[in-house]
Design a protein. Structure first.
Length: 364
């Protein structure tokens, strides 16, 4: 009798393929396990069997002489529907195997015992099984040994998966760090031009410091994020606001209110630069002579998927102050525009209801 598909077949197959073990060459690590299982259970056949969509594939085997067979003849496909372990003492007397063409002949498979190979997410991907050409039964020690060896198979598969994922992660981190350093290096080159013209470099070093802090925050959040190459906008903007508050004078407060929307690392990086430059400009020009003030940062996703980031201060909005903020930020404005352009966003600056306002719009 052919086994029914697993109730979570799609997830089960996705889990199996994540290990990238199917159709790989034979390896001693697995061959030794089936040899040991065969000897402990005193049977001629043992298999590390992975249940694919339409076949059972053998990573290691003794006594079979093949690498795969059709799923319709698979006894192990019944085991993946069980909780842990299946033993069939006589296949001729069990409805799951009585009509199996591998079991029906007089010299066919008459005994089967299999322990599940279960991934960390609970999905069964196959079995470590032993078979005999005559009815049989395992004792308690043999059953325990089969369980132990099945766990050893999964430890080996999980170790290989972890090492492969670490390599991918390391390559991704190296790529991100390279991009971040290139971004900071670009800023340094720009500010070097200002130094050569004799301009004040205090703002330049402050801007470089903000970029480095924002980059560090992004990398930390990426490390902690369960998302692939993305962070949650609300958490990220609040972290940026906190960093900016730490460096702001006592007379200026900074708040953040953002929606929990996932944004890519490239978008997050550009948003951090734009927000940081706006806040720095507000601190310098909107709240002069110790004037108390506030900068509000907000972010939301509109109905059409458009992302909208707004920064607004409540500082001095008289024409002279507004002109100062507009002109004094020549370099800062270029940085903001370039950062917006990198992610295909539009940037609008100008007087707001209370002070100066900036709106960044990124189409969905």
């Amino acid at each position: 009798m052919k086994a029914a598909p697993h109730p979570q077949q799609a997830l089960r197959l996705e889990t199996l393929r994540k290990y990238e073990i199917l159709d790989t060459p034979r390896e001693t690590d697995f061959d030794e396990i089936v040899e040991l299982a065969s000897k402990i259970c005193n049977v001629p056949i043992s298999v590390v069997n992975l249940i694919d969509e339409d076949r059972q594939w053998f990573k290691a085997e003794v006594g079979i002489g093949a690498r795969e067979t059709p799923l319709v003849t698979s006894i192990c496909s019944h085991v993946v529907l069980s909780s842990d372990f299946v033993e069939i003492n006589d296949t001729h007397k069990d409805p799951r195997t009585a009509d199996n063409e591998l079991c029906m002949p007089a010299d066919g498979l008459r005994f089967y015992a299999g322990a599940l190979l279960k991934a960390k997410n609970g999905m069964p991907i196959g079995t470590l099984c032993v078979l005999d050409n005559k009815p049989n039964a395992l004792n308690d020690f043999q059953k325990a040994a089969l369980h132990t060896l099945a766990r050893q198979v999964m430890r080996e598969l999980d170790l290989r998966l972890a090492l492969r994922e670490q390599k991918v992660l390391r390559n991704e981190i190296d790529h991100r760090v390279k991009n971040s350093l290139q971004s900071v290096a670009s800023l340094v080159r720009v500010y070097k031009g200002r130094a050569e013209r004799g301009e004040d470099m205090a703002d330049a070093f402050d801007a470089i410091g903000r970029r480095i802090e924002a980059t560090a925050a992004l990398h930390q959040m990426l490390h902690d994020s369960p998302l692939d190459d993305a962070v949650m906008m609300d958490d990220f903007l609040k972290e940026i606001a906190s960093l900016l508050q730490d460096s702001a004078p006592d007379n200026v407060s900074i708040s953040c209110d953002a929606s929990p929307v996932a944004i890519s690392t490239s978008v997050a990086s550009s948003i951090a630069v734009i927000v940081s430059e706006f806040v720095a400009n507000s601190i310098k020009h909107a709240f002069v002579d110790g004037q108390s003030g506030h900068v509000a940062i907000s972010g939301k996703s509109l109905a059409d998927g458009t992302l909208e980031i707004t920064c607004e201060d409540n500082g001095d909005a008289n024409p002279e102050s507004t002109a100062a903020k507009t002109s004094a930020s020549g370099l800062g404005k270029r940085i903001m525009k370039a950062s917006a352009s990198q992610i295909g966003a539009t940037l609008e600056n100008g007087p707001g209801p209370k002070g100066y306002r900036m709106v960044l719009t990124l189409p969905g």
